[in-house]
Design a protein around this ligand. Sequence first.
Ligand code: HEM
Length: 266
Amino acid sequence: MRFPQTLIPAPLRRPAPPGEKAPGDGGPVERAKQAPADVVGWVDERTGASGFLTGMLYRKVPKGTNWFYTLGSATLFAFTIQALTGVFLAMYYTPSPTEAYDSVTHLTNDVFLGEFVRGMHKWGATVMIIVIFLHMGRTFFFGAYKYPRELNWVIGVVLLILTLVMGLTGYLLPFDQRSYWATVVANNITATGPVVGPYLADFLRAGPEVGGTTIQRFYAIHMLLVPGLIIALIGAHLYLVVKLGTTAPPWLRGETKPKSLRREEV
Ligand code: HEM
């Protein structure tokens, strides 16, 4: 597939056939239309990004790819919504035992669209956990965890754990009765874990009782540490998806094809 010539920066474009005008030839309006492509060309000349982008966007996908293959992108979309709504919530939230509850109440009742954005973040968390499990189920049942994609499966498992950590640490932040006692219970369960359990629970509680220091610790983990790790791991996950290609559906994998038509089924 080829880009329309107008979108290709001038130095990379094929010369116009004799008698035809090249895009950008002509009056000021034509040249103005050309400006965005020139900007893209300037950036591309200095970064080489177009090779990566065309490789990613025009990569071959196996025959039989269906709606189940969109679940990874759905997870990515859910994460993006969580990140965006989280930024707006952080503008009003105060991570302190005396102010957390009031800051959330103020955000919900007084701030323009505050309740809506908070609702998106709250329900988005549930949606992300549902779609990540569905995506994992798809890769499992389609055998996509097998050679050579084992590492991508392992990265996925870490992403799943990190997503659950986001849910756990976010739950405390409103600091109402439910979130307080849910965190006490979760912390007590963590403490019963073998070997590292008690140490991990002490670290998360950050003091003798769940309280102000716990909120600060959970807040830092919830909005800095874990999102940073998730973004880095999504980068590695998608790099491997592009590099290794996607797995064909199991019911088509046994099909024999002429060698010249085989692709991606490593
Ligand atoms: C933040 C979480 C995640 C994001 C954003 C994400 C995103 C994606 C995307 C966009 C794809 C390519 C399209 C597709 O196959 O759906 C993909 C493929 C894949 N993902 Fe994930 N994923 C996540 C979590 C997971 C988890 C929890 C697992 C499993 C434990 C996993 C295992 C895989 C595997 C093995 C592939 C390759 C699929 C194939 O070759 O057909 N991912 N992921």
